[in-house]
Design a protein. Sequence first.
Lengths: 200, 221
Amino acid sequence: MICALTIQNLALRRGGRLLFQGLDLSLKAGEAAALTGRNGAGKTSLLRAVAGFVGPETGSIAFGDLDPSEARSEHIHFAGHHDGQKPARTVREELDFWTLWTGGTAESARLALEALELGSLLGLEVRRLSAGQRRRLAFARLLAAPRGLWLLDEPLSPLDADWRARFAAMMAEHLAKGGMIVAAVHDPLPIPATIVEVAA
Amino acid sequence: MSRAWALLARESALAWGRGGGPLVSVGFYAGVATLLPLAIGPESARLAAVAPGAAWVALALAALLSLDRLFERDFEDGALDLLVLSPIPLEIVCAIKCLGQWIATAAPLALAAPVAAIALGAEPRLAPLICACALIGGLAFSFVGGIGAALSLGARRGGLLTAVIVLPLFVPPVIFGGGALDALAGGLPWTSGFLLLAAYAAGAVALGPIAMAAACRNALS
């Protein structure tokens, strides 16, 4: 289980432009961070750097005692703007595949389906889902495979008020189990979280 | 089911339904085979002489059709991000994607190739070798083509760029496969050409995923 995330003196450059520098963040098990800042400030890039997709200009990202490649391959969930779900595949096919891919089980997938109330949509093609339903399917992946660090990009934006509250409860439960969350947000994150202003 | 098998099943299913999938590839292949007599004349002796080679070149062109979206769709919809966050190395992920592509497109093309060649006047005894060359050559086309598809990720008109990158790399298998077929048609030893084709395919399978993974990582960053 991943037990810490430590970012020190991080600088990121994208397309030749320095997004930010000197960014520090320290999270322990059970803690969350909300990344705030203007559009284009580098919140998504910071999430992608933690996931290992983007290399830092300077600084370091560490995951406690874990080797970074092991942490990224086995202990991180990434839910970005694009959810990776194929329009022609059914909800069941997508959830089953991503559950297996991220290390979950059939039982955990079933529990995730119940929690996200996706049971009645199982045979539906992803293309037929609303934006909110697609986001719920993306969240089902988080619940279906136990990974300690959730990296979320605008997690609540397409959800209605009811599902925002329910997902807030799911995030709180994840933290209570010793997980960690780093979320890029424009609206306040509805759980206790360290605010990190991302700016040049 | 293991992760790798699950990914192979998913990729095969997606490749089957992907734009430029097997039906389109086979249709394109049939179209090229039909155009050939119109271009070089209907004389059966002349057609029979070029039939195996023409069928082979048409196969290479048909294989190109389905390559451009091999990584592009996963790159655009975020699936590539999620595939990277797994204990399965990205090199293996790339190899499985190419294998899925091969299963979904090369196999139907390998069945269509002897039919097209015989329709153009090739001797029926060439059919098994045409089919074998199409299967093994298809493996080379998929894995070499995957390099082009990965290198053109995110580029404007990536499909065209893929073709420009890949076509020169298609030259050796076209020469080896065409040479083997010509040799068999002429009653000469054909195994050397076939073995060279198999060696090229093996090299593509071994080295292609390394290049693809590096190109994908570069695109993701």
